[in-house]
Design a protein around this ligand. Structure first.
Ligand SMILES: Cc1ncc(C[n+]2csc(CCOP(=O)(O)OP(=O)(O)O)c2C)c(N)n1
Length: 570
């Protein structure tokens, strides 16, 4: 049996877990691990801030389905990771974060760069470990990977003291295998429940599927499509569920929720059955719970028992792997006769097209919707798009039509500004052949734009579209609607992004007219290296429709139009 240091055991285990790339930043307490790393076949990406490492690991995981790995030192390195860990937690993204810790005898003494990071991250990790001995490393790493990717995936942190990295012990990979019972294997869907749910589905007149991120996480998108094709039931999609069904599929109605399509939200309110698959009834998708889908029976399928009945009481809650459930339903499904319901949904579309900024007369301004639509056209809908958080994120969801799973990567649950650029770096590392675009606001870009240096150092071809409106746009929109246009702290000045990108050695240009968008996008695509495009868009545009926080889901603020003002709006 070989005798290895804790640091060597760490890397050996990571390599055996299939890890090829890690994102990190060194420092004193993790130095033994960095030193040992040189002996192992690992590509280490040096980030510019540890938050970036966690988002990169997260983007890597979301694009590939594999576990992403981030590394940092103790104290400030570890605490810089917290936002990225919480982001992964809320979006069920499997990442493993490794942090160095001060020597075990110093723990609790306020030693230099000491932070109780397992304490700090307890509420935002699926599980975490404090490892103080070399002979604990292998077991912790193996268990961490199992926990991160099993059931409902999530982030796991392993904090390893400096002495545990330095000291050595006999290393036996096999003996360190985790006990499979520590993770709850998904229950097989009970026959009775499957049958009851089927009866409800078959007798429904106005059924709707609510499709969430769990379909992607559970690898169930093929089964989902088969379910929709066989049953003929239309589907509404959550933000993170985008890609679970091709946007071009005739039964894909589009996004639900606060900035969902008006007809989708109204259809949810009029449905007689909701079949919620791998989604969690977040407040952004339900609006006022008291008036939410009152006429609908509800079937909820989720791998996490804690989700069933958490926000919305359901008639049938099935705790199981969504793919197993879809497979069990498939043989007995027949196409439902939903002609009237589909016609009703079509009617609900009403004047939506007229209200679409895309269809309004050209007023000489460049709108974010134009930019996103043109990126979609130029990339034929095939790019991986990584968005930040804000108005541009919602416009992306509305105007880029994703046909493939895992092609929209966005922070849904935590809504983390600064996510996009680093997460895109992770996505590009995971899928080097994919065309990767960042869609980011001028505010969020400035939070992590230091990672341009990482992108350049790693020679990654990523295109960055800054939707530059000179405001913290989404907050400005709330101020416009709900605070009487008092724009407290939302006007935002920025550096000249073209000059900034050039300083990093990255090609860049500014775009401020509609006809210049496609040529700029095409040039960026043709360029071998990374490109930054600064789209200077209309400053005070808003995202429509909008369900005000806590309002009834069907009471939406619509884009005002001279052609279609109705009393129900605004
Ligand atoms: C880290 C963080 N801080 C604050 C917020 C609150 N917030 C949500 S959207 C937004 C404005 C984003 O502005 P920008 O990045 O310019 O994008 P835009 O909305 O203009 O598209 C803010 C401040 C957040 N989501 N994340």
């Amino acid at each position: 049996m070989p005798r290895l240091t804790g640091a060597e055991i760490l890397w050996d285990c990571l390599v055996r877990e299939g890890v090829t790339d890690v994102f990190g930043y060194p420092g004193g307490a993790i130095l033994p691990a960095y030193d040992a790393m040189l002996k192992y076949p690992i590509r280490h990406v040096l980030v510019r801030h540890e938050q970036g490492a966690t988002h990169m690991a997260d983007g890597y995981a979301r694009a590939s389905g594999k576990v992403g790995v981030a590394v940092a030192t103790s104290g400030p390195g570890a605490t810089n990771m917290v936002t990225g860990i919480a982001t992964a937690m809320l979006d069920s993204s499997p990442i493993v974060c490794i942090t160095g810790q001060v020597g075990s005898r110093l723990i609790g003494s306020d030693a230099f760069q000491e932070t109780d990071i397992t304490g700090v991250t307890l509420p935002v990790t699926k599980h975490n470990y404090l490892v103080t001995r070399a002979d604990e490393v292998a077991h912790a790493v193996r268990e961490a990977f199992l926990v991160a990717k099993s059931g409902r995936p999530g982030p796991v942190l392993i904090d390893i003291t400096k002495d545990a990295q330095q000291s050595s012990c006999e290393y036996d990979w096999d003996a360190a295998a985790p006990d499979p019972d520590i993770v709850r294997s998904p229950a097989h869907p009970g026959d009775a429940q499957i049958q009851q749910a089927l009866e409800l589905i078959k007798s429904a007149r106005r059924p709707l599927v609510l499709a969430g991120h769990g379909l992607m996480l559970g690898g169930a998108t093929e089964e989902f499509r088969a379910f929709i094709d066989r049953s003929g039931i239309p589907a509404a999609i959550t933000l993170l569920g985008i890609g679970a069904l091709p946007a071009s599929h005739p039964l894909n109605l589009g996004m639900m929720g606060m900035h969902g399509e008006a007809w989708v939200n109204t259809a949810i309110q009029e449905a007689d059955l909701l079949i919620a698959l791998g989604m969690r009834f977040d407040d952004r998708v339900t609006g006022n719970l008291k008036t939410y889908a009152q006429n609908a029976r509800k079937i909820h399928v989720d791998i996490d028992p804690a989700e069933i009945g958490k926000n919305v009481p359901v008639d049938i809650g099935i705790v199981a792997d969504v793919r197993d459930v879809l497979r069990s339903w498939q043989p007995s499904l027949t196409r439902l006769d939903l002609g009237d319901w589909i016609a009703r949904i079509d009617a609900l579309k009403g004047d939506s097209a007229v209200r679409d900024i895309q269809n309004m007369p050209d007023d000489g301004h460049l709108y974010a919707a134009h930019v996103i639509h043109d990126i979609w056209r130029a990339t034929h809908g095939k790019a991986i798009v990584v968005t930040d958080v804000g108005q541009h994120q919602m416009w992306e969801a509305q105007y880029y039509h994703h046909d493939e799973p895992r092609t929209l990567i966005t922070s849904g649950g935590l809504g983390t500004m600064g996510f996009a650029l680093p997460a895109a770096i992770g996505a590009k590392m995971a899928c080097p052949d994919a065309e990767v675009w960042v869609v980011v606001g001028d505010g969020g870009f400035q939070m992590t734009m230091c990672e341009l240096a990482t992108m350049q150092q790693e020679n990654l071809k990523v295109n960055v579209a800054i939707i530059n409106n000179g405001y913290l746009g989404m907050v400005r929109q709330w101020q416009e609607f709900f605070y009487d246009r008092r724009y407290a702290a939302t006007p935002l000045s920025s550096p000249d992004f073209v000059t900034l990108a050039s300083a990093y050695g990255i090609e860049a240009r500014a775009v401020n007219t509609r006809h210049a968008v496609i040529p700029a996008v095409e040039q960026a695509r043709a360029h071998r290296g990374a490109v930054v495009l600064d789209f200077q868009v209309e400053q005070e545009d808003s995202v429509y429709p909008m369900v005000p926080a806590g309002a009834d889901l069907h009471k939406m603020i619509r884009r005002p139009t001279p052609l279609a003002e109705t009393g129900a709006d605004r």
